[in-house]
Write a protein that binds this ligand. Sequence first.
Ligand code: FPP
Length: 252
Amino acid sequence: MDVGEEAAPLDERAAKAPGHVAIIMDGNGRWAEGRGLPRTEGHRQGEERLAGVVRTADDLGIRWLTAYGFSTENWARPKMEVDFILGLHKNIFRRLDEMHGNNVRIRCVGRAVSGTSRLPRRILREIERSVRTTESNTGLNFTLAFDYGAREELVYAARNLLRAHRDGGVPISEPSFAASLYEPALPPVDLLVRTSGEQRYSNFLLWQAVDAPFYVTPTYWPDFDRSELEAALEWWRRQRPVVHEEREPAAD
Ligand code: FPP
């Protein structure tokens, strides 16, 4: 937005934006390697980019933003890289004051919810603090998928539901399954975005994104700026089914 330009009211912006955008942030390593920098520099820039995208998403009227910060598969990377990415959590959660000030509600999905996480205790405490501090906020819902894998989430939900079924007679159905996931409040994904060109789910939100249009940009994540997010939203608007008015058959 240009200086001096008035922002449209939130309702107006939200009406033009997908309710839930989920992002697979890919290409940090290639971004860094292409500049002769260590891969970790790509992750550092990626974390800053994520903080910027949270602000932009809020500004564009997106109500739910979910980002893939660390997958269960990422543990297989070299220890130095894993430690670096885990260390970055500090930066994103250190932005807690800013996000809290902007009325952002933070959530986290992943093994932290099921109590099976290998994450260091201090990180788990930090996550818990961010979630608790912001739980009454009513602005953008920002969810970080951290130590997250969708297949594991589905198994977790199945176990939860079976227990509730056995102990409390909860019926086994799509709504009760959805309510058994890591974060039942997470709405269906309206737009799934992946950077750096690959068109793969990579074990991300398999239940929630089942019907989401999948937007892929060749841009590496550290370069994913406001204009990139706006382009993704523009693409999404064009995917919406067009409702054709019924027409009288044309007369010859
Ligand atoms: C993919 O790039 C990105 C990741 C594995 C981690 C994503 C992490 C961030 C964006 C930083 C923010 C972090 C937190 C904790 C909020 P890649 O390394 O797979 O890139 P490549 O495919 O080019 O090798």
